[in-house]
Write a protein that binds this ligand. Sequence first.
Ligand code: PEP
Length: 250
Amino acid sequence: MRKKLIAGNWKMNKTPTEAAALIGEIINQTSGATCDVAVCVPYIDIPAARDALKGGAIWLGAENCHHKESGAYTGEISTGMLKSVGVNTVIIGHSERRQYFAETDETVNLKTKAAIAAGLIPIICVGETLAQREAGYTDALVSYQTKIAYAGISEKDALNTVVAYEPVWAIGTGKTATDEEANETIGVIREALRCIYPGAAEDIRILYGGSMNEKNAAGLLAQPEIDGGLIGGASLAAEKFAAIVKAASL
Ligand code: PEP
């Protein structure tokens, strides 16, 4: 039985003061959660978020990392640095990073390895564009993205990772994959994991992300393959995020 995980991706939103206030509301409104909950916040908000989380059960996450430990990489943050300030999970290869910051399946693999080496739980994003879906490439593409992301990673380490299936056309658009579409493609991702990790694939959590909100969460989360959600817009309002956490706690 895979425990569900609801992870917020705040993107480029909230100052440290605002972050602390939102986390206070989230803590108050998710006290009955039986699923795992994470907030992935901008780098600048991490210390304030850590203090507001007060060592409680909610995971502290970052939205990106660099794959090198240190060096001449102006503007970048390493996984060791994240670990040192209390982060325990990191989003890797979000489609906005792939689209605007030239991240590739290969850099996703390097970052995943760096996260694992630092003791962080990577949330690895895969997903197709609308053109790829309409051309019938979804299954081949998400399988390929998954296999490259995990290249060279042991089964034991893979158990401490999470995949997020995020159809690019559903992110921030208000369009959601139907419950069945999301379930089916996540099944394809699990099949790809089964090829690499026959003994672990059933235990690796695969989330759905793409305009999940307080209204559609229950239907998506009731699907057998969907192990939680990566939530963008709806994670910025405590009551919406808490309603999704509640739907995952049933
Ligand atoms: C995301 O940023 O990962 C995401 C799923 O965004 P939204 O929920 O806003 O579509």
